[in-house]
Design a protein around this ligand. Structure first.
Ligand code: DP6
Length: 344
C-alpha cells in the first residue's frame, strides 16, 4: 500500500486576529466568534515522515530546526490522541516530524497557530495519500487544527478566517473556521502587518491560562456581548473597505483584550512600557498624517501595525525612523495578508 518513510510537507502561515478569541470552554470551543487576517511570511514549515508503526504505540520524534524536542513530541502524542475520532489512521504509524519557523525563534511570536495549522494539513493530506479521501478536506483539517490550538483553525483559510458561530455569518461554526475571503474588500487582500518585537521574553502567563482566567472574569459576559456586536460591525466594514472604521475596531479589540487581563483574578500585565511608547507614536503619526496606520496586540507585548498597501512607502519610512529604535535588536517582521497553507 505505502512505501516506508514517506513524507508530506506543508507550510502554514500565522494569523492576526481582528476580533479576538479570548475565553473557551469544553474541548477548545470559543466563548465568542473571531475573525483574523491570514498572514504569509510568518509561517511554519513542517515535514511529516511516516512509516508503519513498529510497536503497539506510535512513536513520535519531533525536531524543531533540526533539534530533537521532547516536550513538543509529547504535545503531539496527546494531539494525535485528541484527533483520533477525525483521523483514526493516525494511530497506525510512527512519525518523525521536522518543523521550522520562518520567524526568528527568539522573536516572541507564538508558533502554535502556524505550527498546528501545518501539522493538521499534513495529516489531512495523509488521509488522501492513504486513499481514504479524494481530496484534502479543509473543514476537517481546520477542525483538527482547532483542537491543537484554537486560533490555528483560522490559519488554514485564505485572506481571512472566521471561527465561531455567529448569527450574521451563515455556515459559521464553533468546530472549525470558514473562509470569508469572498466577502472581504480588495483593500484587505494586500493589507500589511508589520510586527514590532518589543520583547522576545517568554510570556509570564500563557494563552491557555489566560483563556482559563476568563471563566471568573467579572467582565466576561460583557466581553462576549461586545465581541458579538463587533462581529456584526466588522462584517460591513470588511465589505465596504472602510480602513479607518476597521482600524478603530482593531484598536478597541486589542485594548479590550489587555484590559481583560489586567482585571482578571489574579491580575496580570503582558504589555511593556515600550508597547505603550509604540502605541503613542502610532497614534501621533496617524493624527498628524491622517494615514490609516492602526495597531493590534496578541496576548503579548509585541505590536502589530496594520495598514493598506497603497500607504506602504510612507508608513514604512515612519516605522524605520521612529519605531525601529524601540524594537528589541531592531527586529520588525514585515508581513502581509496571504493565501493560506502551501504544499512544498
Ligand atoms: C489573543 O489560540 O493561542 O491570540 O486555544 O489555548 O491554543 P489556545 O489559545 P490561542 O489563543 C489566541 C488568543 C489571541 C486571540 C486570537 O488569536 O484570536
Amino acid at each position: 500500500m505505502f512505501l516506508q518513510n514517506e513524507v508530506i510537507k506543508w507550510a502554514c502561515p500565522s494569523n492576526i486576529a481582528i476580533i479576538k478569541y479570548w475565553g473557551k470552554h469544553g474541548v477548545q470551543l470559543p466563548r465568542n466568534a473571531s475573525i483574523s487576517l491570514t498572514l504569509s511570511k510568518a509561517r511554519s514549515e513542517t515535514g511529516l515522515y511516516y512509516s508503519p508503526k513498529v510497536e503497539e504505540k506510535s512513536k513520535i520524534d519531533f525536531y524543531l530546526d533540526e533539534v530533537l524536542n521532547e516536550s513538543f513530541a509529547n504535545k503531539i502524542v496527546s494531539f494525535f490522541d485528541d484527533i483520533i475520532h477525525l483521523y483514526p489512521f493516525v494511530k497506525n504509524f510512527d512519525y518523525v516530524i521536522k518543523s521550522h519557523n520562518t520567524f526568528p525563534h527568539s522573536s516572541g511570536i507564538a508558533s502554535s497557530a502556524s505550527g498546528m495549522g501545518a501539522l493538521a494539513m499534513c495529516i489531512a493530506e495523509l488521509e488522501v495519500a492513504l486513499g481514504l479521501s479524494l481530496k484534502i478536506d479543509i473543514q476537517k483539517a481546520s477542525h483538527a487544527a482547532r483542537i491543537g490550538s484554537g486560533s490555528a483553525c483560522r490559519s488554514l483559510l485564505p485572506v481571512a478566517g472566521l471561527w465561531g458561530e455567529h448569527c450574521d455569518y451563515t455556515n459559521s461554526s464553533d468546530l472549525h473556521a470558514i473562509s470569508i475571503a469572498d466577502e472581504v474588500h480588495n483593500v484587505f487582500h494586500t493589507y500589511h502587518d508589520d510586527i514590532v518585537i518589543v520583547s522576545a521574553k517568554e510570556k509570564s502567563v500563557s494563552s491557555r491560562a489566560g483563556h482559563g482566567l476568563m471563566e471568573n472574569n467579572p467582565f466576561a459576559t460583557v466581553r462576549y456581548t461586545l465581541a458579538n456586536n463587533h462581529m456584526t460591525s466588522l462584517k460591513s466594514i470588511l465589505q465596504n473597505g472602510d480602513v479607518d472604521a476597521f482600524g478603530t475596531l482593531l484598536e478597541q479589540e486589542a485594548m479590550t483584550l489587555h484590559a481583560l487581563m489586567m482585571c482578571s483574578a489574579p491580575s496580570y500585565i503582558l504589555i511593556e512600557p515600550k508597547t505603550i511608547e509604540v502605541i503613542n507614536l502610532i497614534r501621533k503619526y496617524r493624527a498628524e498624517s491622517k494615514d490609516p496606520l492602526y495597531f493590534t496586540l496578541d496576548a503579548g507585548p509585541n505590536v502589530h501595525m496594520l495598514y493598506p498597501h497603497s500607504y506602504a512607502e510612507r508608513i514604512k519610512s515612519f516605522i524605520q525612523s521612529e519605531i525601529k529604535p524601540l524594537a528589541q535588536s531592531g527586529l520588525i517582521i514585515e508581513d502581509q495578508v496571504g493565501e493560506g497553507p502551501v504544499k512544498f
